[in-house]
Design a protein around this ligand. Structure first.
Ligand code: XUL
Length: 525
């Protein structure tokens, strides 16, 4: 027992969350927002470098700098980091980090005198990392599918059809566009494995939860697929970091953190996983049939499954759960907070005004609809950005607010059918889950109760729980996942939002109209 730290390296921020397993409660939560600290230095906007042609990247050295800042802040706030027994983490999925042959040595030599960014300045073979918002790899998706023998073969093998944002197509594009830099790349890892490597002071393998977001991992054996690797890029088998079980210790924390921040020398590091797989754990979805919604930069709807049910339409993704046994089905809507913030900013509102707009408008929005494609969309696939308005006055701030939220909720219902899971309740997390008015719309559209939790950082909580579970298992005193999750991943008493029968009826009618509008528009892109 003791304290465990979960880190979540997401698109816009780095969060640290400490759990106290003796007291059964969350001890501390702290977030470093990338734009607030690094916007000018790294040229980012909402954590992202937009490089044109659909290329969306971020900067691995910025994440390293954020890690230093987060740990320093925790210390300054009086956190005794020597009490942390183990650390695990979560990373935005699919992003790839390219390291040269000095990386392993530089990581191994990390010492406390200078910040990470300085000591690791020379380890990248590509200064930026393509992330999940990148849509530039349609050609590579087709080539990868063709290379393994067709779309269906890739789907059966990896659980997923090829997606632009997945790591495999991204790696293939890099190998093709910059063969010299690709040749100088000794190691390719994911955001998750990079962050874990910073902590362990050595190259940490990829976990199966995040490995399944690459189009390169056999979903059932949880190992890289030689066939997919061969179809992706030259010598990938040698460059790609191996896959390790999510709960196998990666090693002790690097001495850097012991001398600089006062961690105990024995503090263990566990492999990081993807943010969505960690949220699955952080919301207690360790048994099949439970469904959750994460309202973050992207909105994701996901469920725990005992078999890897696949989405033939390419509507959803399937990942291995970091619990080592189950799978997760996931649908990723790119226009999550991105779209909410676009409407908020266009009408010069704050979140309170946003909530009021929802309160003052009727369910169904008097027939006004929006397709909220402020950026190209993943589900349904929309290649070009451009919000579509139907009987909606773009000057009417209140109607615009309702339209964007209703669109997100209706779309999440329409596109979750393939999961084959009857949604009887929704567990919610992510920044926007703090907004009750938004949650009411989701409860009414899905016609089910929506449960809220103490923290909106389910990914960081899931990571902390993974550290605890791994630590107990490594000590020879394993605990079942249900018991690990139970004290932390429980809905806040009295916080459940029930659907309103009248509003539910309005949406049951409206959904067909929204589906038609979506279909008409999809035909035009
Ligand atoms: C999931 C996805 C995003 C990222 C960023 O497939 O692309 O949810 O993990 O959070």
């Amino acid at each position: 027992m003791g304290k465990y730290l979960g880190l979540d390296s997401s698109t816009q921020s780095l969060t640290g969350l400490i759990i106290d397993t003796d007291a059964g409660r969350i001890d501390t939560e702290e977030t470093v927002n990338f734009d607030a600290h690094f916007k000018a230095a790294y040229g980012i906007d909402k954590g992202v470098l937009h490089l044109g042609g659909g290329q969306a990247h971020s900067a691995p050295l910025m994440w390293a700098e954020a890690l230093d800042l987060l740990l320093q802040t925790l210390r300054e706030k009086g956190c005794d980091l020597s009490q942390i027994r183990a650390i695990a983490g979560s990373g935005q999925q699919h992003g790839t980090v390219y390291l040269n042959n000095t990386a392993a040595k530089a990581l191994g030599q990390l010492r406390g005198a200078a910040p990470l960014k300085e000591q690791l300045a020379g380890i990248l073979s590509r200064p930026t990392a393509p992330i999940w918002m990148d849509t530039s790899t349609s050609a590579q998706c087709e080539e990868l599918e063709a290379g393994v023998g067709g779309r269906q073969v890739l789907l059966e093998l990896t659980g997923n059809t090829a997606f632009e944002r997945f790591s495999g197509p991204q790696i293939r594009r890099f190998a093709h566009e910059d063969p010299a830099a690709y040749r100088h790349t000794a190691y390719i890892g994911l955001v998750s494995s990079f962050m874990a490597s910073l902590l362990a002071g050595k190259l940490v393998p990829v976990d199966p939860g995040d490995g399944s977001g690459t189009n390169l991992m056999e979903i059932r054996s949880r190992q890289w697929s030689p066939k997919a690797l061969a179809a992706c890029a030259p010598e990938l088998e040698r460059k790609l970091l191996p896959i390790t079980p999510s709960d196998r210790p990666a090693g002790p924390l690097s001495p850097y953190y012991v001398s600089r921040y006062g961690f105990a020398p024995g503090c263990q590091v566990f492999p990081f996983s993807g943010d969505n797989p960690c949220s699955l754990i952080g919301l207690g979805l360790v048994e099949p049939g439970q469904v959750a919604l994460s309202l973050g930069t992207s909105d994701t709807l996901f469920a725990c499954m005992d078999q890897p049910r696949v989405s033939a339409e390419g509507e959803g993704a399937v990942f291995a759960s970091p619990d080592g046994v189950h799978y997760m089905a996931l649908i990723c809507f790119l226009n999550g907070s991105l779209a909410r913030e676009a409407v908020r900013d266009q009408h010069r509102l704050d979140w309170q005004g946003f909530g009021e707009a929802l309160r003052h408008t009727p369910p169904g929005n008097q027939g006004a609809l929006m397709l909220p494609y402020f950026a190209p969309e993943i589900v349904p696939k929309v290649a070009r950005a451009g919000a579509v308005r139907h009987h909606l006055d773009p000057q009417d701030a209140q109607a615009e607010v309702r339209a964007v939220i209703e669109a997100q909720a209706l779309s999440s219902k329409i596109h979750s059918a393939w999961m084959g899971v009857a949604i009887r309740s929704l567990c919610v997390t992510g920044g926007a889950s703090a907004n009750e008015e938004i949650l009411k719309v989701f409860a009414d559209v899905h016609g089910c109760p929506v449960h809220r939790f103490e923290t909106a950082n389910a990914a960081a909580l899931g990571a902390a729980l993974r550290a605890w579970q791994g630590h107990l298992k490594a000590a020879g005193t394993p605990k079942p996942w249900k018991e690990i999750a139970a004290p932390f991943a429980k809905p806040l008493p009295g916080s459940t939002i029930q659907p309103n029968p009248a509003a539910k009826a309005v949406y049951a009618k409206l959904i067909g109209e929204y589906r038609d509008l979506e279909k008409r528009h999809a035909g035009l892109t």
